[in-house]
Design a protein around this ligand. Structure first.
Ligand code: PMP
Length: 361
């Protein structure tokens, strides 16, 4: 019999399950919003050179200053405005650890990235939700402003995972001027949105604004685990003090630095994904019974009758994996489909065309 930890685990952590990416090996994996393209050869080569010359016997630079400098330069900021983490996930956890906690209200607009609520609960924040419209997933701005009056932290996602839309800049502006909350805009997918969608330029003059970015999506480095936060130097200092000291290992730092330096080579890949998103959306529009929402990210949210069965048949009969979100509030019968390569998208559309509407529970 295994050890019974009842009464031993910290109460706020009871009942949490290990994260389940619902991953099954498949020929076509469109389930995790990864970039499914090969890394461009020039980026790959630069990374390999960097890895080969990285000593493994020494501890990493805890704050990854060389990488912070490259990221600061990318965004026209200073090193003191950048902190890196083991994926955006680590930074999200640390933000909730630092600014959540008992008696502190953390506000989100679900459906959104499930980790906000998970990490918030682990850190004993007083989680409050202003759910998005069930029709078009827009945010009720007045309701959010009202709820944010006594919030410690408001988290908005732009483009939002899993619904795909952008958060209006005017809403973030209002939150920053009409409330006293810290405001996190999670821009994990912003490279796939039109020019000007990022709110990084708003950091100047808005010290309570924080912007989360990651190399897991546009940079095709989900396996490397590197995310970063752009924020006021005081926020960066606070997070620097509480983070796991060596959370980004030497290989991750070297890889991320090489990829940031070679980022121009990633532009055509991102353009291809954006073009494929448009094409995929048009093709999905031909499938009777399928509803979809406009997306500025590298995925499309769709609703189909009997979504869970459709997802299972895609996996078992076609070896195509998509994400079933139908159990989440507001997302009945919804699947999230990452935009893949042209070939992957064609396989998906063929399979969905055959399966949707011909399915019973
Ligand atoms: N924010 C959003 C909205 C996400 O969807 C994800 C990953 N799915 C992350 C942050 C974290 O990404 P990572 O830890 O890979 O940087």
């Amino acid at each position: 019999m295994s050890l019974d930890l009842t009464g031993r685990v910290r109460p706020s952590l009871v009942g949490f399950e290990p994260y389940d990416p619902a991953f099954t090996p498949c020929d076509v994996n469109l389930s995790a919003n990864e970039n499914t393209h090969e890394l461009p050869a020039a980026v790959r080569a630069a990374i390999e050179r960097a890895l080969l010359s990285t000593p493994l016997n020494r501890y990493p630079d805890p704050l990854a200053n060389e990488l912070r400098d490259a990221l600061a330069e990318r965004h026209g900021l200073e090193r003191s405005n950048v902190i890196v983490g083991n994926g955006g996930d680590e930074i999200l956890f640390n933000l909730l650890f630092a600014f959540g906690g008992p008696g502190r209200t953390v506000l989100t607009c679900p459906p959104d990235f499930a980790e906000y609520a998970n990490f918030g609960a682990m850190c004993e924040a007083d989680l409050r939700f202003v759910p998005r419209s069930e029709v078009d997933f827009s945010i009720d701005e007045d309701a959010l402003l009202a709820a944010a009056q006594d919030a410690a932290l408001v988290i908005l996602t732009s483009p939002n995972n899993p619904t795909g839309g952008l958060v209006p800049r005017s809403l973030v502006e209002r939150l920053l001027t009409e409330t006293d909350a810290l405001v996190l805009v999670d821009e994990a997918y912003v490279e796939f949105a039109p020019e000007g969608a990022s709110m990084v330029d708003m950091l100047a003059g808005h010290p309570r604004l924080m912007i989360l970015r990651t190399l897991s999506k546009a940079f095709a480095l989900a396996g490397v685990r590197c995310g970063y936060l752009l924020a006021d130097a005081a926020v960066v200092n606070e997070l620097s003090a509480i983070r796991q000291i060596y959370s980004l290992d030497v290989l991750a730092q070297a890889t991320a630095l090489a990829a940031i330096r070679e980022r121009e080579h990633l532009r055509p890949v991102i353009e291809d994904i954006v073009a494929e998103r448009r094409r995929l959306s048009l093709l999905l529009g031909n499938i009777a019974g399928l509803e979809q929402w406009p997306s500025e990210a590298n995925f499309i949210l769709v609703r189909v009758p009997h979504a869970s069965t459709v997802r299972q048949r895609l996996r078992d009969e076609r070896s195509i994996l998509v994400r079933d979100l139908s159990a989440a509030p507001g997302l009945a019968d919804c699947l999230r489909i990452s935009v893949g390569t042209r070939r992957e998208n064609d396989l998906l559309v063929d399979a969905l065309t055959a399966l949707v509407g011909k399915e019973t529970r």
